[in-house]
Design a protein around this ligand. Structure first.
Ligand SMILES: [Zn+2]
Length: 409
């Protein structure tokens, strides 16, 4: 009659050993590093397995399961022993099982379930956000948003509102980063993009401020500046009378450069972004029975008389070589034959005459939203539907007694 070579037991045999002794050996192997020494931190785990009373199933589990394979990575220090590393494990089922074992044996501290769900959400969200600024977003989420939430959790239990705000912080940062060109921070026009973003998403202002402050602290966006005054009043920074005065100046003041007048009027009358305006080409201009039309969205828009004259003049006075350039920019760069002008140049032209494009655009959107339906407004200005609805709301409340948009044709 055979018996276990270690303990002499005659029941529950598996080969030369009983399952109980087999589990002891396998559990010891499980918590040993590659040089054969037991990793002492994991002794409580070994003891838990050995004393579980489920010798035969666990002996096989230790040998074959994906959970045991994952535990090996921690025992051999190939993976840091943290909740986050478990969150990152591709199989949630395996990670959950291992986490339960680590929690039961005190290898990992208990973590608030709310926090855990937030970390898992963050991980999934970040994976779904590729793009040139992925790393910056990842750093922001991991080293700013998540630690702040953890600090909060150590003081008192987290409420759902706290994690939902943290999620929105990450979403705002992601959406803003999508508007940045690839070569940021090498280029300098971050400022416009920040202000444009606040105009498009007025409710996200505070969250964007938080993100920009973080980028400044860590020098991720060296050219970013927060114009705090503009940020405080992102919606309508121009009084109605100042708005019409600016439009009138742009229509009549010949001391302002032609390109700046055209760009300024496109901002002021049609709520266009400078980033979009500088990309217009001569091919976006149509002439029909004396009317001049400009393609701003899906359909060409008939320009008011003064602007039509200025646009035509701008097109006709472009440097001769730009006619040959394949892009036919309406606002060609003077220095680079195949590039359009930098939006800073135009903004500077206008600023010299006391016209600031950001509040001008805000006033313009307020005006437009009060007078044209949401669909065409989105199409013309490039606003999202949600943003257009917010502007319509602003228009309804602030400038309710507003004259019709002046068109002179
Ligand atoms: Zn035995």
């Amino acid at each position: 009659m055979s018996s276990c070579c270690d303990c002499g037991s005659v029941i529950g045999l598996h080969g030369r050993r009983c399952y109980s002794c087999l589990l002891k050996i396998r559990a010891e192997q499980l918590i040993s590093t590659s040089d054969g020494h037991v990793n002492p931190a994991f002794i409580p785990l070994r003891d838990l397995l050995v004393n579980s009373g489920r010798e035969s199933s666990l002996a096989n589990w230790v040998k074959r399961s994906s959970s045991a394979a994952l535990i090996r990575l921690y025992v051999t220090n190939e993976t840091p022993l943290t909740h986050e590393s478990l969150d990152a494990w591709p199989s949630k089922q395996t990670a959950t099982h291992v986490r339960q074992l680590f929690l039961a044996t005190g290898l990992l501290p208990a973590r608030e379930e709310t926090l855990r769900r937030f970390d898992i959400w963050t991980l999934d969200y970040l994976i779904a956000q590729p793009g040139p600024h992925h790393q910056m977003l990842q750093r922001y989420a991991r080293w700013h948003v998540s630690p702040a939430l953890q600090n909060k959790a150590t003081r008192r239990p987290l409420r759902a509102g706290s994690t939902s705000y943290a999620r929105q912080q990450i979403r705002t940062a992601a959406r803003f980063l999508q508007t940045l060109p690839h070569d940021v921070p090498a280029t300098g026009h971050v400022q416009f993009l920040i202000e444009d973003y606040v105009l498009e998403h007025p409710r996200e202002r505070d969250r964007l401020v938080d993100f920009i402050r973080w980028t400044q602290k860590h020098n991720h966006l060296p050219h970013a500046e927060l114009a705090y005054t503009a940020m405080q009043h992102p919606r309508v920074a121009l009084a109605e009378s100042d708005y019409w005065a600016a439009i009138s100046t742009l229509q009549t003041d010949t001391s302002i450069s032609l390109r700046a007048r055209v760009a300024g009027l496109l901002v002021g009358l049609f709520g266009q972004q400078l980033t979009r305006i500088v990309q217009l080409t001569a091919d976006n201009i149509y002439e029909n029975d004396g009317a001049v039309q400009l393609l701003l969205g899906a359909d060409p828009i008939t320009l008011p008389h003064t602007l039509a004259q200025l646009v035509t003049k701008l097109r006709n006075t472009r440097p001769p070589w730009t006619a040959e350039a394949p892009d036919r920019w309406l606002f060609p760069s003077k220095f680079h034959p195949n590039r359009h002008i930098h939006l800073h140049t135009i903004a500077d032209d206008l600023r010299k005459h006391g016209i600031y494009t950001i509040p001008l655009r805000g006033a313009s959107l307020t005006n437009l939203a009060g007078h044209i339906p949401i669909g065409p407004l989105c199409d013309m200005t490039g606003l999202s539907k949600a943003a257009a609805i917010r502007w319509a709301d602003v228009a309804g409340r602030s400038w309710n007694a507003y004259p019709q948009l002046r068109t002179e044709h």
